[in-house]
Write a protein that binds this ligand. Sequence first.
Ligand code: T1G
Length: 699
Amino acid sequence: MSQPNLVSLAVQDGVGVITVNNPPVNALSAGVPEGIAACLATAVADPAVQAIVLIGAGRSFIAGADIREFDKGRVTMPIGDGFIDKLDASPKPVIAAIHGYALGGGLETALGCNYRIALRSAKLGLPEVLIGLLPGAGGTQRLPRLIGPKAALDLITTGRHVPADEAKSLGIVDEVVDTDLLSAAIAFAQRVAALRPLPQISANSSKLTAEPGLFEATRKAIARKARNQKAPYNCIAAVEAACTLPFAQGLAREGELFRELETSDESRALRYVFFAEREAAHVPGIPANTKAPVIQSAAVVGAGTMGGGIAMCFADAAIPVKILEANQEALDRGMARIRANYETSVKRGSLAQDEMERRFARITPVLDYADLATADVAIEAIFEEMAPKQAVFRQLDAVMKPGALLLSNTSALNIDEIASVTKRPDVVAGAHFFSPANVMKLLEVVKGAATSAATMNTVMAMGRAIGKLSVGCGNCDGFLANRSRAPFGMEMVILLEEGALPHQIDKVMVEFGYPMGPVAVGDLAGLDIGWAARKRRAAADPNYRKQPIADRLCELGRFGQKTGAGWYRYEKGDRTPHPDPEVTAIIEQVSAEMGITRREISDEEILHRLLFASINEACKILEEGIAYRASDVDVMWLHGFGFPRYRGGLMFWADQIGVKSVYEQIQRWHQLYGARWAPSALLRQLAERGAAFKDAKAG
Ligand code: T1G
């Protein structure tokens, strides 16, 4: 059923202009495909119309099918009752005029047109694989016909957005203009109005010759990244069908392969993540789209690994940044590390030399706090101890201009305690970057008791401006991320004492989808860092639960990859972890000393004990209002701890198992192991209500 306000037709100088107006991104929601088909029929029937232009109102062409409608089962294929085939069959030339985004069903719509003209700033692509689908409206059949199977496979299996100029060089668009897209499209339409035959991608198979072994090679190339996933392989199979079947049969095969994915757990999880990442931008109590002052300049205190990475984030976003250290030697070391990081990117070809120089030049090393005074934001990134951090904040409070934000990169310490040494706690907040700060996308934005809503809003926006995914939360020991992850770490220690071995735990988590096992990650990060932190905690808290196995390894100088041995043994110059019988002996020795009789532990017990422990803690964090919504926990675990994206995140995955089953299992472990498994009140309530974790909100 078409809705006039969604799609309209106006005739201008013999050209029928069909405009899609479905903000915010002109998705092909119900009524849009039908509206396009109706306007097309009118334009075709109108003798005054020689050619037709399809354009989007507002900020974009069409950004694809309406992803929300998939979960409501409202998307039927062929999408919009085959409106794209009607465009393809039009007796009058149809020109797609593209600005903003032409993605998924949007690009497929444009491929159904005879010509495509784009604004230079436009982005085009078929990103369906990123939400566990494939281009199901003819994209896998038309794009290979237009640009060849190899280039089409690249776009379809990566889901990457292609800038207009590259789209032109690939042959996807016919013309790129810099301004006034509509006039250019109408002029283009008038130029081609009489040209016949009309170029029809579906009728042209001249480019469909695939080089031998292309599809097999592509399957091999994606194997590591596409582990446990189906969509990337169905994408390849669909393009293969384009090269082996006539168009109509290829379309039918595409439809079959699409339907295999539409209701898959993988796609439901990835669609959930799509919206969870956007929802995370909203902090309760701050209306969406509340304007935030733009950060024009920044300052970082501490040029260590984190400080240097944070400074690079600002420089990469073209924001000048000053970085301060206590002495020249430390400052030089910090700047040298930053330059080395950039040089690695240049060597890898992911950064041009001149762009590197531009970015490095935006970072100014200083020794005097007074040099930081005019910056819009100052971020403290020194080692994790309260007193030195408070000393930094006293200095910043003394020198920074009024209105400047004072942020701490602490990953766990109390923001209120830090803010308490300043006269402006309302502009103090946590900005917890994840290591390496210039690579990891997550920014945990921590609201202290006195932090103002305006400060929260500005820091959230600052994170997006430097390419981060900002997720807000309240203040507690370890905030949302590390506090929810800590029980996972503790359960891992206890499982090793009870009977598991490092390679067994890592095998379980890698098979589950993690890029690397948690034990091996410890060796990568360096076991000495955790050892130092444990010694500090044990000194401060006599009841602190010791980790005798890890301590024993460190006492033997086994700090991980950097010493060639940790939980695993490493060959010189090789990062491959090799199980080490010496470690097994140490583990068995410690178990014996602890009076533990080691037992066989199943892979499922390992997986569930590690993740259920954190699910229970995440529920406590939600009920305390520290986390604003369950999906924020998921976004943090995906972008902070490498949780496999196609599983949706910790809480979404738990919902697949079911709250009741998770609760009952935790109750059994509570009986068996005591207080550390005491179920959270929220978990019990959700189980009793038969509710899902995704419905869990703060407080
Ligand atoms: N469906 C529904 N809502 C969408 C949407 C879509 N396709 N795209 C964006 N939105 C909403 C989004 O939730 C947010 O809402 C607002 O628009 C702005 O988005 C048949 C099966 C276009 C690059 O995968 O990648 O076509 O939070 O915050 O950063 O083969 O949105 O404001 O309420 O992301 O400027 C394929 C998905 C679909 C593209 C803009 N298309 N969108 O990014 O804004 S499947 C996609 C994006 C398909 C066919 C198949 C990005 C963007 P709210 P935003 P942005």
